[in-house]
Design a protein around this ligand. Structure first.
Ligand SMILES: Cc1cc2nc3c(=O)[nH]c(=O)nc-3n(C[C@H](O)[C@H](O)[C@H](O)COP(=O)(O)OP(=O)(O)OC[C@H]3O[C@@H](n4cnc5c(N)ncnc54)[C@H](O)[C@@H]3O)c2cc1C
Length: 318
């Protein structure tokens, strides 16, 4: 079922959902099920599965020279989505990127999803590959997520890349897109970022999931701004409990978000990561309570491969 229909059917109740990463190559899929199993009691209507593009690694050869290799460390997004739908009868939402995809690759990826009865897709541009500073699109790929949204919408209207196809079958995807309450790192301003967010909606996206934030005020202000700009689709907040002391530095660096001073001081005081994880759970629980009280349709948690802390939060909220 489409995310938008899940929201309509919930009749104003706040739902629980979460995002998982495919396991590192070589690990068994059971590691994913072990994380999902304890969260099923909170009845997630959908589970997101991230997509991880290729990376460049340099391997030393016998002659001492380095050889550049392209590797995908976390393949399997589509397979995991199929396995989740099969095992749990819950909608799985694959993330799909512009980066590393030609438009032909994109079309074929979407055809696979359609055959697998996947009704939703999260359309993203993707970041630069790790060894590069800026995002470089594939020469035959999309430059921005809005182009990807348009291609999905075309398929929903039965328009394939080959315009000579006869009786082409339309897909029926519900498309989500990303947004950033604290602005995307490359955007010159929040207003400019919202301008391009609106473009993704105009092209056919029907819901939004936000980047993580640690101060609900940022989310509420962002939603107000979007509404004033005429964006009316659901804006689902993305939430991440801090789980280690080191994340005080890695989260702002990696995700370009601010941490509130009170949270920083609480984490700084922690003796170890066990204590920091507990502070992260308490902070995120407070955020979740306030968001639920405000009538937010879905609370979407970034599990990052471990679900015990998400479980601790959800058991107090749902
Ligand atoms: C909920 C969520 C899930 C994510 N999942 C993944 C994942 O699974 N895998 C992964 O690799 N990454 C993921 N990301 C990260 C995402 O790929 C990066 O943040 C990426 O840098 C931007 O993606 P986007 O879809 O927001 O890009 P876009 O919407 O294309 O925007 C990128 C930048 O370009 C600007 N822009 C947009 N259109 C135009 C235009 N026409 N002209 C000029 N500027 C423009 C925007 O303001 C923004 O600054 C996720 C992010 C979020 C919030």
């Amino acid at each position: 079922m489409k995310v938008t229909d899940h929201i309509i059917n919930a009749n104003g109740d706040t739902m629980f959902s979460f995002e998982i990463l495919p396991p590192l190559k070589g690990q068994h899929i059971q590691s994913i099920f072990d994380n999902i199993d304890p969260l099923m009691e909170f009845n997630p209507p959908f589970i997101d599965v991230t997509y991880h593009r290729e990376e460049y690694v340099y391997k030393k050869q016998d002659n001492g020279l380095l050889k550049k290799q392209v590797v995908k460390k976390r393949p399997g997004t589509v397979g995991i989505c199929a396995a989740i739908q099969n095992k749990y009868q819950v909608d799985a939402i694959p993330h799909i990127l512009c980066g590393g995809f030609t438009i032909e690759d994109t079309e074929n990826f979407l055809i696979d999803l359609d055959y697998l009865d996947i009704d939703n897709v999260m359309a993203l541009r993707g970041d630069a590959v790790k060894s590069e500073t800026y995002f470089k699109p594939d020469p035959d790929g999309h430059v921005y997520a809005s182009g990807l949204v348009s291609q999905i919408e075309d398929l929903n209207n039965g328009i394939y890349l080959d315009d000579e196809l006869l009786n082409s079958s339309p897909t029926n995807f519900c498309t989500g897109v990303a947004a950033y309450p604290e602005k995307h790192m490359e955007a010159p301003s929040l207003d400019s970022d919202i301008h391009f967010l609106k473009k993704k909606i105009k092209k056919g996206a029907t819901y939004i999931v936000t980047q993580m934030f640690f101060d609900n005020k940022k989310y509420f202000e962002f939603v107000d701004k979007c509404r004033k700009e005429g964006i009316t689709v659901p804006i689902i907040p993305g939430l991440k409990p801090i789980s280690t002391k080191k994340q005080l530095n890695t989260i702002p660096h990696r995700f370009h978000v601010d941490l509130p001073q009170d949270l920083i001081m609480e984490i700084v005081k922690c003796k170890d990561n066990v204590a920091a994880r507990q502070v992260g759970v308490e902070w995120c629980t407070q955020q979740s309570k306030e968001l639920k009280e405000a009538g937010t349709p879905v609370l979407h948690y970034y599990s990052m491969g471990r679900s015990d802390n998400i479980n601790a939060i959800a058991s107090q909220i749902f």
